[in-house]
Each structure stands twice: as structure tokens, then as C-alpha cells.
Design a protein around this ligand. Structure first.
Ligand code: PYC
Length: 313
């Protein structure tokens, strides 16, 4: 497989541009199912250790179904397949620009959860309008062993999120030195949500935990820590997580349509965000930068005992 690696605010994206699985035609949702059921070896070789690191999000570049779309994409990570990925969308835009496959201007990107409007502003800067995002429930209480009751909001931003104030976890702000403890606490919350039957719509698992604080750097509105499904934290401010946050702010009447929001990650990288009203929720717009750093071939070697990677414990 030929892959191009980039990072968006520190969070890596690996785009398969050649040698990926042949998934046939049909919707991206259908093709994602074929990928998961018949070609999972490609995902494992692409993102699992020792050929990669656990923070990586993979992206399979696909022919779009809609002739007006510039590209289709299926995102995945060490744990499985994602609906949408914000930092990955920005990484994909910068990757396609680097390859000379995307010109500055407006494009449509097809994803398994719907079309995304992508604007390539320059070789490294991408603005995208995410799919419609909404807040499913405010102030949901979950009893977390070792932490006690934790209250948070359940929201959809292309993935399912549980958003918690850092103060509830006895965190004084969000400092990179606390990443290990935040990871442990967020895992405990995720496990408790699942055990207590708290889900997204249709019983979907809430597989992203987002811890937030208003204590952010100058010019930022908020800083976050996001635990991703495979156990890695998002180095970027998380595009789908920022979308979920905007949906909750809108639901609480704390952010107006068109009002700017600067979201900072735990390592200090930033996205600019705002929203417009959707049909039932909001349509978030996110802007960020990505940089390409590797053009690589991943080899398949049946004699290698870890050819398909080390499955996370
Ligand atoms: O930026 O949406 C995002 C994302 C999801 C998981 C990792 N990054």
C-alpha cells in the first residue's frame, strides 16, 4: 500500500492512496461495511503497531458515488471504523493538495455518514462544513466507579461524545502532564456509560470522551482532552468533538450562529469553529492546518508474525 502521512495540529492521518482494498461500488456506508467484514487486514497493517502508532487515524481514499464529489473517504483507527473524522478531513485535504489532486476552492467529500463540504483555502489550510451535529441529552449523570457521579452531555458530531467539565474530575485546567490520569479517568467514564446502558441514538456506543475547560490559552475559548476509541488521546482539538461541543453550546443558548469559537487541544493546537442552523441541529464549520510528512509503502509479509499488527490489549 502507498500511504501519505500528515498531521493536523499534532494528530496524524495516514491516507491509503494506492494498493487499498477493492470495496466495489455503492454508498460509502456500504463500502465501510465491506471493508470491516472482508478486508480488515488492510486496516490492521495500516494503523496497528509495529507498522504505526496508536494515535494514527487511517483514511482510505475512495471513488465517490456522487459525480459532483471530489473524493470519498472511509476513516478508521486501531479499534475499528469511524463515522467521520475532522482532523482526518483536514489531513486528507492537505494530502490531496500535496499530491496535486485537489485545487484550492470548494469541494464535496463523501463519507459513510454523509457528504461534507470541504474548502481548500491554501496548501495546508482546510475549512470543512461537518455533517449535521446535535446534542442528544444535556446533564446526564453516570456513576463512575472510583470517580463517583459524573455529569455530562451526550452529543453527535459525526461520532458519539460524552462531554464533561474538567472540574468534575478534580482537574485544575488541562495540562499535558495530566494526559495519563485523564486517559484513565476517561476510560472509566466510557466503561461506566456502556455498563449503565447510556448510548447515542439507536443504541450506538458513546466511544469518545471529551473533557473540557474554559482555562485555555490567550485567544482560545476552550481547551479539551479527547479520548479516542482505541485509547489514544486526540492531539488535535478533534473536529467531530468540536462539532459536538458547538451543538451543546447551541442547545444551552451559549453560542449564536456565526459566532466564532476557538477550540484548543491539550497540546495547544487550535481549530477555528462556528455554526449555522441545520434542520434539527447545527452545521458546524471547522478550520485547521495539516502538514504532510511522509510518503511511504507498507509491505505485507506473511512470514512476519506481526504482519497484521499487535492487537491492542
Ligand atoms: O478530529 O474528528 C476528529 C477525530 C476523531 C478521532 C480523532 N480525531
Amino acid at each position: 500500500m502507498r500511504v501519505i502521512d500528515s498531521h493536523t495540529g499534532g494528530q496524524p492521518t495516514r491516507v491509503i492512496i494506492e494498493g487499498g482494498p477493492a470495496l466495489g461500488r455503492g454508498s460509502l456506508a456500504r463500502r465501510r461495511q465491506v471493508f470491516a467484514e472482508q478486508f480488515d487486514d488492510y486496516r490492521r497493517r495500516c494503523v496497528l503497531e509495529p507498522k504505526c502508532s496508536d494515535a494514527m487515524v487511517g483514511a482510505l481514499l475512495c471513488e465517490p458515488e456522487n459525480p459532483d464529489a471530489s473524493a470519498g473517504v472511509i476513516f478508521f483507527n486501531t479499534a475499528g471504523y469511524l463515522g467521520m473524522c475532522g482532523h482526518g478531513t483536514i489531513g486528507l485535504g492537505a494530502t490531496l493538495a500535496w499530491l496535486g489532486l485537489l485545487k484550492p476552492g470548494a469541494h464535496i467529500l463523501e463519507t459513510p455518514v454523509g457528504p461534507v463540504a470541504l474548502d481548500l483555502l491554501d496548501a495546508n489550510t482546510v475549512q470543512f462544513e461537518n455533517i449535521e451535529s446535535d446534542c442528544l441529552a444535556l446533564d446526564v449523570c453516570v456513576d463512575v466507579p472510583g470517580l463517583g457521579p459524573v455529569t455530562g452531555d451526550i452529543a453527535w458530531g459525526g461520532n458519539w461524545f460524552f462531554l464533561v467539565d474538567a472540574e468534575q474530575l478534580a482537574q485544575d485546567g488541562l495540562d499535558p502532564a495530566d494526559i495519563e490520569i485523564l486517559t484513565r479517568k476517561s476510560w472509566a467514564i466510557r466503561r461506566a456509560l456502556s455498563e449503565q446502558g447510556l448510548t447515542g441514538r439507536g443504541g450506538a456506543e458513546i466511544d469518545h470522551i471529551e473533557v473540557m475547560t474554559a482555562q485555555a490559552g490567550a485567544g482560545a475559548d476552550s481547551r479539551n482532552f479527547v479520548l479516542c476509541p482505541g485509547g489514544a488521546y486526540d492531539r488535535s482539538p478533534c473536529g467531530t468533538g468540536t462539532s459536538a461541543k458547538l451543538a451543546c453550546l447551541a442547545a444551552r443558548g451559549k453560542l449564536e450562529p456565526g459566532q466564532d469559537w476557538v477550540q484548543e487541544s491539550i497540546i495547544g493546537s487550535r481549530f477555528q469553529a462556528r455554526y449555522r442552523p441545520g434542520r434539527a441541529g447545527i452545521i458546524p464549520s471547522i478550520t485547521g492546518q495539516a502538514h504532510v510528512f511522509a510518503d511511504t509503502r507498507i509491505l505485507a509479509d506473511p512470514a512476519d508474525p506481526f504482519d497484521l499488527g499487535i492487537v491492542p490489549f
